[in-house]
Design a protein around this ligand. Structure first.
Ligand code: ATP
Ligand code: MG
Length: 303
């Protein structure tokens, strides 16, 4: 990697850091402003787009090494209120990555087969293979978010009633922490994103979806109805992040009122996570080198 790229990686690390939560103890959602751009105005947009394009290149290179090395896997989890820009962030940040090394899964309301199992089951089946980047568009975190906001979803989970006590959320946090620790012990690097949009910006984006025929398909009356529960969702996000932000599975709480800014922070965080693995192409041993030399000879000598 050339020095320009090394400099970009350094910048990416610095850029992502303020949004990273590794110890939830003192976390307060109100400390994060959804409109934050680290003081950059709209005039910074073209520069941000340039940085993103370069970032996408760097990411592609890192992912190539991840794939070649075939040791680590990376799980990127995206959570957000509707219209916060999950899909756009995933699309833009991963745009340069080799599709063979990347897997995206969306988790919607659970099916009856899902409900016949423990809640991690459907996500465990989709964990990334070694050498791959897996993306969860929503995840098992819905279990302490939408399910907490709407307790009727918990009732549908067919749990033995004596197991559902006042400690149910505390237990879910414990289990999720333990699960992510287990993943870390197995070489799965977990990075979690909460794209934090404001209620006001969400309204603006919903109105755009209603007014623009090409965006109509994105609008769902149910999404608008969920706005009534906004404060409950924010409490659930805060509790979730407080209880599940760890060194080995950090949350990034990303301001999401400005899409260009969100995408740069997400790209920077992914670059920073991959860079910390000190990835390198596998070295070829003496024996293999001899094999390569022999193969070359054969090719050159043949037709
Ligand atoms: P998105 O809303 O992520 O952009 P979408 O609009 O294509 O995707 P929806 O059909 O709205 O998909 O499905 C997402 C919905 O599924 C969300 O409202 C989410 O809260 C809900 N959901 C996800 N997991 C669960 C769960 N475990 N229990 C209940 N609801 C869930
Ligand atoms: Mg939806």
């Amino acid at each position: 990697m050339n020095s320009e790229k090394n400099a970009l990686i350094k910048r990416a690390r610095r850029f992502a850091k303020p949004f990273r939560v590794t110890d939830g103890g003192a976390f307060r959602l109100k400390d994060i402003d959804p409109g934050d751009t680290l003081g950059l105005g709209d005039e910074a947009k073209p520069q941000a787009q340039e940085a993103l394009a370069l970032g996408v290149d760097v990411l592609a290179e890192l992912q190539d090494k991840l794939y070649a090395q075939d040791r680590w896997s990376v799980l990127l989890i995206f959570q957000a209120m509707d219209a916060a820009g999950k899909d756009g962030a995933i699309k833009h940040v991963m745009s340069g990555v080799n599709p063979q090394g990347c897997q995206v899964f969306s988790f919607k309301a659970p099916s009856s087969e899902d409900l016949d199992h423990d809640y991690l089951w459907r996500c465990m089946k989709c964990l990334p293979e070694r050498g791959r980047i897996g993306i969860f568009n929503r995840s098992y975190y819905e279990e302490t978010l939408v399910v907490r906001v709407h307790p009727e979803f918990l009732t549908k989970q067919k749990l033995p009633p004596q197991l559902v006590t006042k400690d149910v959320w505390k237990e879910r946090f414990e289990d999720i922490r333990a699960f992510e620790q287990y993943l870390a012990h197995n070489g799965v690097v977990v990075v979690k994103f909460f794209l934090h949009v404001s209620k006001k910006e969400q309204k603006k984006r919903f109105l755009e979806r209603l007014e623009n025929p090409e965006k109509n398909w994105k609008f769902s009356a149910n999404d608008a109805k969920e706005r009534e529960f906004w404060n409950d969702y924010m409490d659930a996000y805060e509790e979730t992040i407080k209880n599940t932000a760890t060194r080995h599975a950090p949350w990034y709480v990303v301001p999401a009122d400005n899409k260009w800014f969100t995408r740069v922070v997400v790209a920077a965080a992914v670059i920073s996570a991959l860079d910390s693995l000190e990835l390198a192409y596998p070295e070829v041993g003496k024996e293999q080198q001899a094999e390569l030399a022999a193969a070359k000879q054969a090719l050159l000598g043949g037709k």
